[in-house]
Write a protein that binds this ligand. Sequence first.
Ligand SMILES: Nc1ncnc2c1ncn2[C@@H]1O[C@H](COP(=O)(O)OP(=O)(O)OP(=O)(O)O)[C@@H](O)[C@H]1O
Ligand SMILES: [Mg+2]
Length: 356
Amino acid sequence: MICLGIESTAHTFGIGIIRFEYNPHNNHITPTTIQILANCKASFTSKKAGMIPSQVADHHVDVCDTIIMQALQKANLKLKDIDLISYSASPGIGHTLRIGAMVARSLALKLKMHKLNVPVAPVNHCIAHLEIGRLLTKAKDPILLYVSGANTQVISYEAGKYRIIGETLDIGIGNFLDTLARELNLGFPGGPKIQELAKNGKKLIELPYSIKGMDMNFGGLLTYLKQLINQPGFFDEYTIEDLCFSVQETVFALMTEVAERALAHCDKNELLLGGGVACNTRLQEMCAIMCKERGAACYILPNEYNVDNGAMIAWLGILEHSAGNYITLRTNAIKNAKKIAIDPYLRTDEVEIKYR
Ligand SMILES: Nc1ncnc2c1ncn2[C@@H]1O[C@H](COP(=O)(O)OP(=O)(O)OP(=O)(O)O)[C@@H](O)[C@H]1O
Ligand SMILES: [Mg+2]
């Protein structure tokens, strides 16, 4: 079978295509048959502003047909070869989620016109970040440090759900880095630019370190930094490189600390990094050192699977389909197509996991 996954929760419009087989004897997915055939994407960027939802949605409308064609060509397939469609239904920016859901609906209706009743699986984006990690690494039951633009969560699987055992109380770490970068006129996305500058930082500036139990927050630090960089004489004493270095050392240390406590509290010995900020090599290094010191394994994905991508949505679609969680158009296609909808605020820990 072939699954086409659609990602559109925020700045990225992505299409992933995965081939897989069900074992005819027990109806389980046969692991050796899973192949990622394509993982294509286009991401919104901006020199000055951050993400303006309506502009990002326009971007996705502009690129969606090209990315679908690119992915099909890469996989050497035609649309009618698709047996299953999945899309990010939650959580994310309403404007952009809607584009992905509409693409899923349109493709399903188009296939239906050719008498193909292709099921559509709505999936949770955060859980997709986790499951692609379990697919591509040896991690079996890891703590996930999920660090992206909108989300910062430390997640553990317990009793049928992915429980959030620590999280940001305000903004996500990526949004924090992007907003700081905007203040520094570095453009969007800012995380990679801060990483580059941080490599040449020499002086460590002491910054507020805010952990509350297992939770973190970054809003106060952001206000503090905005005031700091506008202080007269600040850049006479420190360089922008020093600032980026100090920010990374501070925020990544507190995330690594929460991840370590999660490993201890949940009695687990695997850490998996996911989300766009997991591309950061300094964060990867800190987590690897922490895991080594406590005899745990640290799993890091290739960047292509850390940032938002269609392949992870296709894979979670396959898992949800295997558990019977999908929509079919059947005889009343127009009415049933309306069920291909979005849920922008659905949290990771509200989703019941039936395939595990
Ligand atoms: N090397 C890096 N260092 C730090 N941050 C990075 C790096 N590369 C990307 N980022 C940050 O990752 C974030 C994007 O993450 P991702 O692609 O998972 O999208 P997202 O919209 O934030 O997804 P989600 O819906 O999961 O919150 C941006 O904030 C970006 O600045
Ligand atoms: Mg993401």
